[in-house]
Design a protein around this ligand. Structure first.
Ligand code: NDP
Ligand code: 8X3
Length: 250
């Protein structure tokens, strides 16, 4: 029986790469994001391999999130796998000069958005006593780095929520995992620096993780036998030892 996965943030980076790997393995997909043209192009690319349904909503909008998930057609409704991936850093500033709009964006998307999506999907999982929730955290959820303040707080919250979900959903046999990457070369830094020149240096002088690396780990995680749960995975590029120690050639 084919499984169904809902992936948030499927228009770019880790989420899109995960959609590709899942499609290769015949997992049906519900792909979410705000950029409709990207949802359309990922759907077009993957529809030859699996069934794909797309949902356009902003995870910050609680009502739109509920409505979008309610609108999922019957053939996709039994969601086996939820990949809570949508999120970004907004800004890299000391706390004393941080931008409050950036703080709102990170807490509203990375934390509250993850909760809104989960709230809409968990009842189906508890009813079926089956499911796997993967929360994409970060090494920033385990370690605070200079100017990371609120982004790190949002990812620490993702880890706390992951642990809470694992405890509360334990009676239902639902797996809950956190995948926590270090530096991954995606559109992440373009978003963090709002398209500014700082983004150019982030992945230079070493081999950063690629979105496909994380997608493979996510696929490995969801294909373990039913008695095995990879609860918490921390993955760095080889050149990275922690948030501030990266061996660069230049
Ligand atoms: P990208 O910027 O490439 O992708 C972010 C995705 O999130 C996009 O698909 C975007 O879609 C979606 N998204 C952002 N805001 C919203 C929103 N308000 N509502 C709905 N969807 C939204 O970055 P990554 O792939 O790198 O990031 C994915 C996850 O991985 C994030 O949670 C990030 O924190 C985490 N991470 C990234 C690391 C890195 O170094 N790149 C390292 C560790 C963790 P759209 O704009 O179409 O809505
Ligand atoms: C993304 C990795 O180090 O920029 O979560 O916070 S980092």
């Amino acid at each position: 029986m084919k499984k169904t996965a809902l992936i948030t943030g499927a228009t770019s980076g880790i989420g899109r790469a995960t959609a590709h790997v899942f499609a290769e393995h015949g997992i049906n997909l519900i792909l979410c994001g705000r950029r409709q043209h990207r949802l359309d192009s990922v759907q077009k690319a993957l529809s030859r391999q699996t069934d794909v349904f797309t949902l356009n909503f902003d995870v910050r909008d609680r009502q739109k999130t509920e409505e979008a998930i309610c609108s999922i057609p019957d053939e996709f409704k039994a969601i086996d796998i939820l990949i809570n991936n949508a999120g970004n850093a907004h800004g890299l500033d000391p706390i004393q000069s941080g931008n409050v709009d950036d703080w709102d964006a990170m807490m509203d998307i990375n934390v509250k958005g993850l909760l809104y999506v989960s709230k809409a999907i968990i009842p189906g999982m508890t009813e079926r006593k089956n499911g796997h929730i993967i929360n994409v955290g970060s090494s920033a959820g385990k370690e605070v780095y200079p100017k990371g303040n609120v982004y790190c707080a949002s990812k620490h919250a993702v880890l706390a929520i992951t642990e809470g979900m694992r405890i509360d959903l334990n009676p239902y046999g639902i797996k809950v995992s956190a995948i926590n990457p270090g530096l991954v070369e995606t559109e992440f830094s373009e978003v963090r620096f709002k398209g500014g020149p700082e983004a150019e240096n982030v992945y230079q002088g070493y081999k950063a993780l690629q979105a496909e690396d994380i997608a493979e780990i996510i696929h490995f995680t969801v294909t373990r036998p039913s008695h095995v749960n990879l609860a918490d995975v921390l993955v760095f590029p080889t050149a990275q030892a922690n948030s501030v120690t990266v061996k660069k050639t230049n």
